[in-house]
Design a protein around this ligand. Sequence first.
Ligand SMILES: *Cc1c(COP(=O)(O)O)cnc(C)c1O
Length: 455
Amino acid sequence: MTTRASDIDRLVALDRAHVWHPFTQMADWLADDDPLIIERAEGNHLIDVRGRRYLDGVSSLWVTVHGHRRAEIDNAIRAQLDRVAHSTLLGLGNVPSIELAGRLVHVAPDGLTKVFYSDSGSTAVEVALKIAYQYWQHRGQPAKRQFVALAESYHGDTIGSVSVGGIDLFHQIFHTLLFQVHRVPTPYSYRSPSPDDPRACVSMCLQSLDKLLSSQAHEIAAFVLEPRVQGAAGMLMQPPGYLPQVAELCRKHDVLLICDEVATGFGRTGAMFACDLEGVRPDLMTVAKGLTGGYLPLAATLATDAVYDAFLGPHASKRTFFHGHTYTGNPLACAAAIASLDIFERDRTIDAIQPRITELATLLARDIAPLAHVGEVRQQGLMVGIELVTDRETRGEYPYEAAIGARVCREARKHGVILRPLGPVVVLMPPLSITTSELAELVEATRRSIIAITA
Ligand SMILES: *Cc1c(COP(=O)(O)O)cnc(C)c1O
């Protein structure tokens, strides 16, 4: 079942004529003589219109959890289609959104009891920021209006989430549109002044946060961060112990903690949520990417009772959270998410991936870390960043124009693997359903591609 050659030509021409691709220099795209167009999928593989098969090495941009075309999720969506595809949550309820809220609260860190739906990671972050802001207005501390965020953070592409984002390449051009945030250093020791001493780096970062909160907490609503792994920054890993101390400082200074689990949620880090790795209980938590198993756009912002209760009052008090997206709580998406959580429970997915995580660590240490142009290999669970350098001794950075990561990922296609880089960092983020032999295939294709491009 492949598309006819004349149809492929028509699709390529139509795509070039009308589709504007995200995070893509369209001049490069238009010049590509073999654009990859996916037609279908099986398990952990994507299949293009020419019938070529590729291992999905980045889970279709970090979303696919149990593989493509999982019968349980397919069937749940079909069954929901026979009931209703969409019905609003503005003033009404719908069955799957109610069931899912209960299930999410059950798997989330303790204390997160309320679920506000939206439809992307960016909107989930916007919701968290607006709730945190409004919360302090209702609590009679209207001066607490500012946010703290980490250097190198990524929280989405809408203006509020870009404001708290810290990746200059993406965010700098919009700076006059953005609100000011307090930026604190991130414990990325490889490029810190103490590269061989992650603990010194962590303590410097915590001191900086403590200093800021000590003097400014009366004006600060919340600290927002990606717990344990800063994904889009290039898979920057926070050493264990950092996150609980951040939570402690926020508590001490009466600042809300927002954990953005859009990338890290649903098993990627080896636990259901990154917060679970260290027993951290945020005040607000955002989820999206893996929520529906990678099927449909759905996001949620989870909140504690304490946050939620600040919005209760008589109608005339105007304590309402005046925010909502048209497709909030879409029943098809919620049905997919419930089916995904059912698989987590029934297959004990979190337990099942532990051996894969160990196997991946072994393969990376043996086959990737020793390569001449690999500066650092970072892994947390099934999230991996391989930072390429011109020189291991000096940690020399490749220039932007070299597009080193992009070229390695393009090369990997020749070995039947789809990857997507973050600058000079090659990312591996396979579905949780990846098998032992597929993992070996993934790492071998990555090794050969890095050698081919950097040698
Ligand atoms: C991807 C991502 C987002 C944005 O999610 P979208 O669904 O693309 O809007 C927000 N936060 C983090 C940590 C992400 O990785």
